[in-house]
Every structure is written in C-alpha cells, then in structure tokens.
Design a protein around this ligand. Structure first.
Ligand code: GLU
Length: 495
C-alpha cells in the first residue's frame, strides 16, 4: 500500500452525555473499514461546547464504544486523561491554538479576512433580508478592507470570515454520488467568532487535515456542510479526503430517531438485556448490505465482508422485531459458559444468591435457557426459582392447573412418579412421564404444566425435565408436597 492508500478514518462525537445509535452506526462503519483495510480508527471529541461537554460525558462515549466492542487506535480514553496517537490532542477543546494558527495563515494568504461588523449591524442586515424575503447573506462589507482601514479599528473585536472563492465545488460522495455546488450559493462564512472560538467548519477541517484523515464517513446531516469543508480543505492546502455521507437512522415511523426515544441511547440496549454483537449486527445492516439475503453476522464476518461499495443510500427504519430476532440468534451462538458469564451479573443484581452453585451447574442452567430467552434480562424470570423457595404461584396458571377436580390426585400421582425415579436425569424423567401418558390416557401437557407450576411457580420457563434435573430430587419432591398442601387448602373446586 502506498502512503496515499493508507486508511485513516475517524468519528468525532460531541460528548453531551449521550451516545446516539446514529453515532454508533457511523462509528461501526468507520471501524469496520479501518479493520478491514488494516487502517487506523481515530476517536476525536468535539468538546468545544464547554457548557455541555463535561468530562464525565467523554466517559459515556468511551463506555458505549467499549460495550459495542469498538476499539480505537488513536484518541483520548487511554488511562485517566491520557491519549494515544501522534496527531493529538484529540479533543477540540485543546486545539484552539492550532485553529488560530491556521485561521491566521488563511488571512495571510488572502483566503480569509477580519470582519469588524457588529452584532447590531449584522442583525439589522438579517432583518432587512427577511423583510425583502431574501435569504440572509453577509454583504461582504469587510472583504476588501485595506491595511490602513484595519489598523484604524485598533483593538475592536472581529470575527474571521472565509473568503468563499469563485467557481464550483464538487464532492464525489461514495454514498450520495456527485454533489456539485456553485460556490456563490455561500456567503463568506465565519470561521472564528469574535470571542476566539473556532466554528465547527474550521475545526473539523483543520482536524481532519492535520490528522491526515483519508475518508470522512459520517451522517448525511453533514452533506450540506461538506461543500464548505471542501473549500476549506483546498484553501488550507490539505489533501481533500474521500467522503461518504451515511443516511440517518430513522425510528419505526420513518422520522429521524429522536434523542428522546428509548433506545436512542446506545446504552439503553444494554439496559434492556441485548447483546452488543446483536446491536452491532443490526446497526451495520441498517447502512450496509452484504449482497445476498444473509442477515446474521459475527463481528469477524462483518470485518471480512465489509466494503464501502455496499453502503446503502436509503435510510433504514428501526425495526425492533428484527433486532430482537438477531439478539436471539446471537444468544444461541454463545457457549453455555459465555452465556453464564453474561447473565451472572444480572442474577446478582436481582438479589439472587448464585454463590452456592458451582460454575458447571451455572453453565448448565444457562444452557437450558439458551433456546428460550430473547434478551439477557429474561434470565431472571427464567431461573429465579433455582435460587429461592416458591412463595407465590402465578394466579392464572393456578386457576388453569389446580382448580379442576382431581388436581390434587394428579399432583399426588406426580409425586409418586418422581419419588420412584432412580437416575435423576432429564432423560429418565422424560421417559417416566411418557410412560405415564401411555398408561393413564392423560396428555403430556396435563402432567407437565401442573408439575412446572409446582416446581417453578410459573407457566413458562426452561424445559421441565431439564430444570427438574438441575433442581434435584429432594427439592422437587418438597415443592410438589407444598403444591399438594396448597391445592388442599384452596379446595379443589372449579373456578
Ligand atoms: N460532531 C459531529 C457530529 O457528531 C461530527 C461531524 C463530523 O463527523 O465531521 O455529528
């Protein structure tokens, strides 16, 4: 690979306390491209909004990326306040001097100028334009001030404006195609405010230029900014990177996924018990198509198959059902041990005492739930009865299973069957139940459902024979006894 082919891509989120799924999608596409090509993935924080960009918010960005398994090669977040990479600092708040230096260079080269127009003057011009139903445009009043005129202003405050050159700017966007804009559609825009703050357009271009970014891959809400950016890249003498503006993530109604919606925050999905690999798989498919109908991908497969050519132009509506499906698929792909390790913190958080069980037992428990649960969080409902005695029975299930005539007799029969079972394995138990079905004329469900209610207090859960094996004979018998008493006390009358 020649130097010109070296891939350096970046994301530049503003740390405002929230890592949006749209940001996550952008991050993923950049990251996949870097990993695919052996390039460099850079994290840069656009933290110039000091009010909103608190240090702890940077932590939120790191946490979301860590959770998704997206690692970065250069940027902040390596230790307390440490950075990695040769092109730092990687926080805009620490790059003010660089922006000033580059803006001063533009002035020197006649590509930018000091604008002394006051707020009041600019406001009056805007109002005038509004009255005349014209778009507001800077008049260019300070464009051609002579050095004497400038000197005469003394230390009056000034903004720095970019002198928009004549001509046409073309962007060959890898997703959106060629975008051609007449430069005169733009007025001379401010690049440094009178208070010294660099405007986003200047900061982002200086950063991308000096950090030698090869591809700017970001949301298409920045497509209209890109023309200004290309003009600035050229004026500053930096190579113009390639651009790919990705469609936004839309909500299920097709509107831009609002920050206020649950799930807009990447970490909401963690909270809801989704696997990061499922969210990664899902978000990538929102912007990229593999070329066939396949939908299930591991991270490694995504890296292997990824190409910029297959980035999609149309925005993807968020489809929670599909994400749930993918989550189920990824859950089933974990080894029992992996699943165990992921659910243990959730069980502990739910107050269940898991410490008395061996790691092998817990992996077995995870395995028997693996085909059933759709999110990690469901594990608590599926397994809490292993860790505590049954205090209550699901009411609806009680009405259905235990209020019909003969319910008590049936449970006594179940008890006898279980008591007589020697080798306490799921297989033997299944055999015992099947034999009883054949002999009694009852359906398997008529035996299984009341037993499940007695052993777990619920109507849904892992397979009955599997859970019975794990509970152990003694506990099972004690729970059946308790059920028999319960039925006797409530009376066996039809509801
Ligand atoms: N801070 C911008 C955003 O989050 C990034 C702009 C860019 O990637 O150039 O949308």
């Amino acid at each position: 690979m020649s130097n010109a082919d070296v891939v350096r891509v970046r994301i530049a989120p503003s740390p405002t306390g929230f890592f949006h799924i749209g940001n996550a999608k952008t991050a993923l596409i950049n990251w996949l491209y870097a990993r695919k090509t052996g390039g460099t993935f850079i994290l840069r924080l656009e933290d110039t909004d000091v009010e909103r960009s608190k240090e702890e918010y940077a932590g939120v960005v790191f946490e979301a990326l860590h959770w998704l398994g997206i690692d970065w090669d250069e940027g902040p977040g390596f230790g307390a306040r440490a950075e990695r990479g040769e092109y730092g600092p990687y926080r805009q708040s620490r790059r003010a001097e660089t922006y000033h230096r580059e803006a001063a260079r533009l002035i020197e080269e006649g590509k930018a100028y000091k604008c002394f127009c006051t707020k009041e003057e600019l406001e009056a011009a805007r109002e005038q334009a509004a009255r005349e139903k014209r778009p507001p445009r800077y008049s260019g009043k300070c464009r051609n001030l002579t050095s004497a005129e400038i000197a005469a202003r003394g230390d009056a405050p000034y903004a720095i404006r970019f002198k928009v050159p004549e001509g046409v700017t073309e962007i060959h966007d890898l997703v959106q195609g060629t975008v051609r804009t007449e430069n005169r559609e733009f007025d001379d825009f401010v690049i440094v405010k009178p208070n010294g703050d660099a405007i986003f357009h200047l900061a982002v271009v200086v950063d991308d230029g000096l950090m030698k970014i090869s591809h700017v891959i970001r949301g298409d809400d920045h497509l209209t900014n890109a023309t200004r950016h290309v003009m600035l890249f050229k004026a500053l003498g930096y190579p113009v990177p390639k651009f790919a503006h990705l469609p936004m993530v839309l909500d299920e109604h097709g509107k831009k996924y609002s920050k206020r919606l649950h799930g807009a925050n990447v970490l909401d999905w963690r909270e809801d018990g989704f696997l990061p690999e499922a969210l990664v798989n899902y978000l990538v498919l929102l912007g990229w198509t593999p070329g066939d109908n396949r939908e299930l991908f591991t991270r490694e497969e995504l890296i292997e198959l990824f190409s910029l050519e297959r980035l999609g132009q149309s925005a993807g509506k968020f489809d929670v059902k599909k994400l749930q499906w993918l989550n189920g698929q990824h859950l089933r792909r974990l080894s029992p041990e992996e699943l165990r390790d992921r659910v243990l913190p959730l069980l502990e958080k739910a107050g269940l005492n898991v410490s008395a069980k061996s790691p092998e037992w817990l992996a077995h428990m995870a395995a028997i739930c693996q085909e059933k649960i759709r999110t990690l969080n469901e594990i608590v409902d599926y397994t809490d009865f292993f860790f505590r005695d049954i205090e209550t029975y699901e009411e609806k299930a009680v009405r259905k299973q235990w209020k019909s005539p003969g319910a008590g007799d049936r449970m006594r029969r179940v008890r006898a069957l279980l008591d007589g079972t020697g080798a306490w394995t799921a297989e033997t138990l299944r055999g015992v139940y099947e034999k009883e079905v054949a002999a009694s004329g009852l359906s398997l469900g008529e035996l299984v459902h009341p037993t499940r209610l007695a052993l777990t207090g619920k109507s849904v859960g892992p397979g009955l024979f599997e859970l019975a094996e794990l509970l152990g004979k003694e506990t099972c018998l004690a729970r059946i006894d308790r059920a028999i008493q319960y039925i006797a006390k409530k009376g066996e009358v039809p509801a």
